[in-house]
Ligand binder design. Structure first.
Ligand code: NAP
Ligand code: F7E
Length: 360
């Protein structure tokens, strides 16, 4: 039986990848951070919580990472843990470098010391491209990172490349474009919209406050991207692959489609607040997945419209079940009102503006 160690098992991708590997017969070990309140709702919601081995570990603590590798004796390590919310990385750039960047080297050093035969996957990101002049982004497109998060990720990306070349470790990377699901964190715009629209439809909320509606992203379904990660790890050589849908849609399109799906006019409910805009924005991202299609035979089936539909239906069902008094693993009832969270960005941008004519 193969053994896999996944860092960040409590996150969206950690949950879906755990399920995929368990279904393939792997013995799966997952690292989690100790917190004062249990944080396993995604694993519970996929029905796999009791099938995993859990190891407490923090990316800032090298000893705990070494311990996790020693205890799990993995054939494969998937490094999914990171501080993954771009806005928070602007607020906490030093912490982000430690968690999202330097920790990659800690893991690679652990592999080098303990067992260089362990295969390693690093979760790289389309954010590393920043505001590129290319309209279709592939493995050969130069990087222009535009956030502390992207810089930390680029550090981890290149470090993985160095350990592959310098020490012959099977160290591979996936440059994944945005992938979403009903298990996506509520701070990310996709789930913020589907959760917000569900609440408005059921009369639990009156408005949805967003930031830059014009930003465009290449959005796919997380579970399909985990199949891609598995294929990257099992390709004959350790290489870098882009995983994307090759389509780009704006935040405005996302919101419009979600409201229209429940017969509501988005213009009546969407408000804009600068507090949700970033000090530096990545305006447009669209991937080119042809290498993955050709070499891995990986191709996403779920595109934008279907993705919005899947997420919205799940959030509607959850709120309906909640109103009927049913209990189930879920994050939304405990999530704070984002408009009340004081951040550096919210203090600098106190003005809330109605949807401008231009955006309409
Ligand atoms: P996520 O839902 O935010 O999950 C991140 C995971 O990292 C969580 O389990 C989190 O633990 C853990 N973590 C954060 N800080 C940690 C620390 N100091 N020590 C140990 N664990 C820590 O992110 P995701 O969407 O699943 O993404 C998975 C990976 O892919 C991340 O590296 C992300 O940067 C990258 N990525 C994501 C996308 C995307 O569109 N989803 C695209 C490209 C790349 P807690 O639950 O305790 O917070
Ligand atoms: O923002 C805009 C925002 O936070 C998408 C992470 O998984 O994917 C994710 O990063 C866009 C941005 O994701 C709001 O300005 C407008 O342009 O959902 P997001 P992200 O920043 O693209 C990449 C690939 C990763 O690697 C990351 O880990 O939407 N936007 N209004 C908003 N964004 C948020 N969060 N909230 C808003 O109200």
């Amino acid at each position: 039986m193969k053994r896999a160690l996944i860092t960040g098992v409590t996150g969206q991708d950690g949950a879906y990848l755990s399920k995929l590997l368990l279904d393939k017969g792997y013995d799966v070990y997952g690292t989690f951070r100790r917190s004062s309140t249990p944080n396993f709702w995604r694993l519970q919601s996929l029905g796999i919580f009791s099938r995993l081995h859990l190891i407490p570990s923090d990316l800032v603590d090298m000893g705990s990472l070494m311990e996790a590798v020693k205890v799990s004796r993995p054939d494969e390590i998937y490094n999914l843990a990171a501080s993954s919310f771009v806005s928070t990385a602007f607020e906490q750039p030093v912490g982000n470098a430690e968690i999202t960047g330097i920790a990659v080297t800690k893991l690679l050093e652990t592999i080098r010391f303990l067992n260089p035969k362990i295969k390693f996957y690093q979760a790289s990101t389309s954010e590393m491209y920043g505001n590129s002049s290319d309209s279709s982004l592939s493995e050969t497109t130069p990087f222009h990172p535009a956030s502390p998060y992207a810089i930390s990720k680029l550090y981890g990306h290149w470090m993985t490349d160095v350990y592959r070349k310098a020490y012959g470790i099977f160290a591979c990377t996936g440059i994944l474009f945005n992938h979403e699901s009903p298990l996506r964190g509520l701070e990310f715009v996709s789930r913020k919209i589907t959760n917000g629209v569900a609440k408005i439809k059921l009369g639990l909320e009156k408005k949805l406050v967003l930031g830059n509606l014009n930003a465009q992203r290449d959005w796919g379904l997380a579970s399909e991207y985990m199949e891609g990660i598995y294929k990257i790890m099992h390709y004959k050589y350790p290489e870098t692959f882009v995983l994307s849908t090759n389509e780009s849609h704006s935040v405005k399109e996302f919101a419009q489609l979600a409201f229209e799906s429940v017969d509501l006019d988005w213009k009546k409910y969407v408000k804009i607040d600068k507090r949700f805009m970033r000090p530096l924005e990545v305006n447009y991202l669209r991937g080119n997945n042809s290498k993955a299609v050709k070499k891995l035979k990986w191709k996403p089936k779920i595109k934008f419209e279907k993705l919005v539909d899947i997420m919205l239906k799940e959030d509607l069902t959850r709120w309906e079940n909640f109103l009927q008094g049913r209990s189930f693993p879920w994050d939304a009832p405990l999530y704070p009102d984002e408009n009340k969270i004081i951040t550096r960005n919210s203090l600098e941008n106190k003005t809330s503006t109605k949807l401008s004519r231009k955006t309409k």
